[in-house]
Design a protein around this ligand. Structure first.
Ligand code: C5P
Length: 228
């Protein structure tokens, strides 16, 4: 049983930026801390990690391949071009759901009248990848302010995920910019595992330990080792 050792894992992290013009963009408050901590924990257990990250200002973990992107479309292009070589995909990124329909090539000048902008949907990266996942494990995150369990289960099913990690972004101690987090993992059969309030590093360790057990059960049985 080799758990996560030698497994190829892609982790997405941070926010995306959707440009309105060359100097303005739509983004969110994701810091990338959770995804970076998961990438470091996986590396410590011998996984080969590809970390695809939006613009963040935290230290980069050593010993992982880092691919920097800006927009949701760029994140999609990178992830989809490498996904089939991976054993597991973990989507911690806070990907923009909408992007400006016609971003301006030059800086938009202000005018006296109001300004409307039309947005179009971005691709749901994890959902697109999970449609072609085969035996790969796909893990999503759900940042919710209310009805956590219900929304997370809906996402798990709609996006064809194996596991979803839910956290409450309403609480001060668990929001995007906090150093602590309190997560619950829900699996496809609605098994629920709750973790206490911990630092993001400790939370990453718990999540990765859970994944290690999960893949040992799912993949590293004698029949599967022969079959993979
Ligand atoms: O934004 P939402 O709550 O739907 O995100 C849940 C999961 O889906 C997260 O793992 C996130 O990284 C992923 N996601 C994605 N592409 C999007 C939106 C979300 O991969 N466009």
């Amino acid at each position: 049983m080799d758990g996560l050792h030698g497994k190829k894992v892609m982790v997405t992290a941070g926010p995306t930026r959707e440009h309105i013009d060359p100097v303005r963009f739509l983004t969110n408050a994701s810091t990338g801390k959770m995804g970076f901590a998961i990438a470091a924990s996986l590396r410590n257990r011998g996984s080969e990690v590809v970390l695809v990250t939006g613009p963040v200002s935290i230290p980069e973990p050593d010993g992982v391949e880092i691919i920097k992107i800006v927009s949701a479309e760029e994140m999609y292009q990178v992830c989809s071009s490498r996904f089939l070589q991976m054993d597991m995909f973990i989507g911690t990124a806070a990907v923009a759901d909408y992007t400006p329909k016609n971003p301006a090539a030059l800086k938009i000048k202000k005018k006296p009248e109001n300004f409307n902008l039309e947005f179009v949907r971005t691709k749901d990266i994890i959902r697109e990848l999970a449609q072609i996942k085969g035996s790969r494990i796909v893990v999503g995150f759900a940042a919710e302010t209310h009805d956590h369990h219900r929304f997370a289960l809906e996402k798990l099913r709609y996006k064809n995920l194996d596991l979803i990690v839910v956290n409450d972004v309403f609480g001060k101690a668990t929001g995007f910019a906090a150093d602590t987090n309190q997560v619950t993992i829900i699996d496809k059969s609605e098994g629920v595992t709750e973790f206490p309030l911990l630092s993001k590093e400790e939370t990453a360790e718990k999540i990765v330990s859970y994944l290690e057990e999960y893949i040992i059960c799912r993949w590293d049985t004698p029949a599967n080792i022969l079959g993979r």
